[in-house]
Design a protein around this ligand. Structure first.
Ligand SMILES: Nc1ncnc2c1ncn2[C@@H]1O[C@H](COP(=O)(O)OP(=O)(O)O)[C@@H](O)[C@H]1O
Ligand SMILES: [Mg+2]
Length: 420
């Protein structure tokens, strides 16, 4: 694209003709050159506008996608691969192409804009270990509005991709990074909990989100903690994912057994978590065992690089107060292994047992899976299932249905085959 190349060199080389090097022509030429130099500086200062966006800024990734969309003709790309292994074992990868570091020229509205993506070889972001990057937009004119428009467009573009989806974040160093692709929202009614349980939690969370004033008026930190406990495979994690979808929230998944987690880092992460997100601490029993079981007063979760202490965890949980609604969910398979200090009111405000399938749940799951089967079949399935195996997880039932995808009668006759 010759025009863009021309513009590029124009912006890069303020002194036209600097390369002539005709030394002998004398003072006149030197003066002219000086004049051109000064002129260019004045021009740059008054008739060009720039916007620098560092990579740690939230809009940085939005802008990269925006640039990719607009710099369609660029021949220089870099790739970012997302990799996600599903619980089912299915692996999902996606390549995202972004303009590579260097200069790109974009025609936007009625203007040429130069986009320069730079990557510092010497400088590394200490939090994440990735090279320091930035993009700089340069345009002719004085109207800064153009940059606001671009930022807004980039944001809308990014949010549109997330619409109807749940974004999962994981901690990378000191910040939260989206993990994989935003997942399609899981409908709440696809997770069948015991009658009334889902409603109890949903109502509580919605009431909490809707009443910031109640908390500020009383000087109570605007946070609420939830604990779901019970045997594995009964829907604790699935329910939280579905709840996030229902609320339009994202999920910040935090593993307390992460060896590089220290008190400071946990504290920092909890305080910088994205707005409108649920902090999810899975299997909290795995990180700390009940203090009474240990001789030391303040057990350390893992002796790795960082050290997460039990009191550090409590402090971080108590400290996550902000004007934003802060929702913390914890899950565990063994509530009796948890230290009472971790789940006392104020840290955990609502505890809910999510257990093996009841008759009501089994019938409900059957009807959801086989919507065309007559309704009494659900009860029949539930009764025979409980007769053959009184303690059955929803995950087992789901696995059983998958074997009889199109065959509700088969699912009932062979109910004794659940769990082999
Ligand atoms: N109550 C439920 N209703 C529907 N599906 C469920 C339910 N409980 C578990 N499942 C299914 O079983 C699998 C494991 O559930 P998960 O939520 O990870 O259990 P937990 O976190 O309690 O160990 C998921 O694929 C989920 O779809
Ligand atoms: Mg789970």
């Amino acid at each position: 694209m010759p025009l863009s190349d021309l513009l590029d060199s124009l912006l890069d080389n303020p002194i036209f003709g600097a390369g002539f090097g005709l030394v002998g022509v004398g003072t006149a030429l030197a003066l002219a050159r000086k004049g051109a130099q000064v002129g260019m500086i004045v021009f740059r200062r008054n008739y060009m506008i720039t916007l620098e966006v560092p990579s740690r800024d939230k809009s940085y990734h939005w802008l990269l996608s925006w640039i990719t969309k607009h710099a369609r003709h660029t021949q220089h790309l870099s790739v970012e691969t997302s990799y996600l292994a599903h619980e089912s074992g299915r692996v999902h990868t996606q390549f995202d192409f972004h303009p590579s570091p260097g200069n790109h020229i974009i025609w936007y509205g009625t203007k040429w804009i130069r986009v320069e993506r730079t990557r510092e070889k010497q400088m590394v972001d200490l939090h994440t270990g990735v090279p320091w990057e930035s993009v700089t937009f340069t345009a002719l004119g004085r109207d800064r509005q153009i940059f606001f428009n671009i930022l807004q467009e980039a944001r809308e573009l990014a949010l549109k991709q997330e619409e109807g989806r749940t974004v999962m974040y994981t901690a990378m160093g000191g910040e939260w990074r989206p993990f994989g692709f935003p997942r399609r929202r899981r409908p709440l009614n696809s997770v069948v909990l015991e009658s009334g349980v889902a409603e109890r939690i949903v109502d509580d969370v919605k009431e909490f989100i809707g009443n910031p004033k109640w908390y500020t008026d009383r000087g109570i930190p605007y946070r609420r903690g939830y604990l779901l406990y019970g045997p594995p495979g009964c829907g604790k994690s699935s329910f939280i994912t579905a709840l996030a979808g229902e609320l339009g929230y994202s999920i910040c998944l935090m593993s307390l057994s992460d060896r590089s987690l220290s008190d400071d880092r946990l504290n920092h992460l909890l305080s910088v978590a994205p707005q409108q997100s649920i902090i999810l601490l899975e299997d909290v029993d795995a990180a700390f065992v009940n203090r009474e079981l240990l001789p030391t007063e303040n057990p350390v979760a893992y002796q790795g690089m960082g050290r997460l202490t039990f009191s550090g965890l409590l402090n971080s949980l108590d400290g996550v107060a902000s004007s934003e609604a802060r929702i913390v969910f914890m899950t565990t398979n063994f509530i009796d292994r948890l230290d009472p200090a971790l789940i006392r009111p104020g840290r955990v405000d609502l505890k809910q047992y999510v257990g093996h399938c009841t008759h009501w749940q089994l019938a409900q799951m059957f009807r959801r899976f086989y919507p065309t089967a007559p309704s009494p079949d659900g009860d029949q399935f539930a009764s025979s299932a409980l007769a053959s195996l009184p303690e059955m997880s929803a995950a087992q039932v789901q696995g059983h249905f998958m074997l009889y995808k199109m065959d509700p009668a088969g699912a009932i006759c062979n109910v004794d085959k659940i769990n082999g």
